[in-house]
Design a protein around this ligand. Sequence first.
Ligand SMILES: NC(=O)c1ccc[n+]([C@@H]2O[C@H](COP(=O)([O-])OP(=O)(O)OC[C@H]3O[C@@H](n4cnc5c(N)ncnc54)[C@H](O)[C@@H]3O)[C@@H](O)[C@H]2O)c1
Ligand SMILES: O=C(O)C(=O)C[C@@H](O)[C@H](O)[C@H](O)COP(=O)(O)O
Ligand SMILES: [Zn+2]
Length: 364
Amino acid sequence: MSADSLQTVAIDLADRSYDILIGPGLLSDDRHFDGLPKAATAVIVTNETVAPLYAQRLKDRIASRYGQVRVIALKDGEAYKDWASLNLIFDDLLGAACDRKTVLFALGGGVVGDITGFAAACYMRGVPFVQVPTTLLAQVDSSVGGKTAINHPLGKNMVGAFYQPLRVLADLDTLDTLPDRELAAGLAEVIKYGPIADDAFLGWLEDNLDALWARDKAALAYAVKRSCEIKAWVVGQDERESGLRAILNFGHTFGHAIEAGLGYGEWLHGEGVGCGMVMAADLSVRLGLIDAAYADRLTRLIERAKLPVHGPALGADRYLELMRVDKKSEGGEIRFVVIDAPGRASVRPAPDEMVRAVLAAHSG
Ligand SMILES: NC(=O)c1ccc[n+]([C@@H]2O[C@H](COP(=O)([O-])OP(=O)(O)OC[C@H]3O[C@@H](n4cnc5c(N)ncnc54)[C@H](O)[C@@H]3O)[C@@H](O)[C@H]2O)c1
Ligand SMILES: O=C(O)C(=O)C[C@@H](O)[C@H](O)[C@H](O)COP(=O)(O)O
Ligand SMILES: [Zn+2]
């Protein structure tokens, strides 16, 4: 795939359908903003790290469409995906008398995207918003599909809403400034799509991981596009996770427990997911669904992506306690996304003793 070309992936959700635009230079070209609603005010929600890098560029693109463009720069970090940050957004919108046509632009990674989407869902019972993801993780996953939320000390993403953006603008050039650790975190969500939906993509990742690490634009463009296609295919069938969509949670039952158990921010979300996929793959082996060689193959790729494959020593009881709060749990029974066969996943419970064996093998 050419590194210079613009790619479009469509999310098909009836009257909530939208396009994901993927390519370099999107934030330097007014045309990608054509068709967005005009209003008195636009608000760019970002954070203190991303604002100095890209807020002015975005402001220049949209200034002609809005009477005023405000910028809210939140504190940076998973620990700030909380009520206090959400209230700062509401305080600013109300303080500036923003009306219900105000358009919010989420400029940043998944933290900014999730909190801005939730603010958009709530403010005056819903205002339009646009996702402008600037991390690999946000471009391949969090900006797409309409899951918005903040964290609660007792559980990850526990307060939120399904609320779709008007458009996703993934400018690949923004990845130039992304720290290596954040690139690795994004690769976790990219790798996820292989075992759950596309075994050939897993093979492509094995062949192209070095190119992705070298930030080869053509390789990044393909990884972002293929990830978005798979997510669009899943979300298009099950927007509100009544079934199929839960496969996107592969690795997350263990991963979210690690994030919450350590206090948000010590491990990145993608690091929790990377390690969580190792644990969930082992669980799939123990359930007799896949052979150990496939789990080893996945673990090797996760290691090559410079992600942790061994979890922190929270203790099995604490892991189990945290995982019971997971949104897939039913009546206190934890349900895990497991691999049924290469490229195919499902959700099912597992005996506590088996989960303890997985934790003994991969944490502590
Ligand atoms: N809604 C969903 O479907 C979904 C999917 C996956 C993850 N998530 C959520 O996304 C969050 C993780 O997102 P993330 O990994 O993007 O983390 P993040 O939003 O914290 O961003 C990672 C770091 O990179 C910085 N950054 C962002 N863009 C940059 C750039 N271009 N150059 C330099 N630095 C940049 C940020 O300031 C931050 O320090 C978690 O809260 C997770 O729960 C949501
Ligand atoms: O879009 C989805 O659906 C996902 O599960 C994508 C995940 O990568 C993401 O981390 C999501 O926020 C987790 O959802 P949650 O419902 O477990 O909070
Ligand atoms: Zn995730």
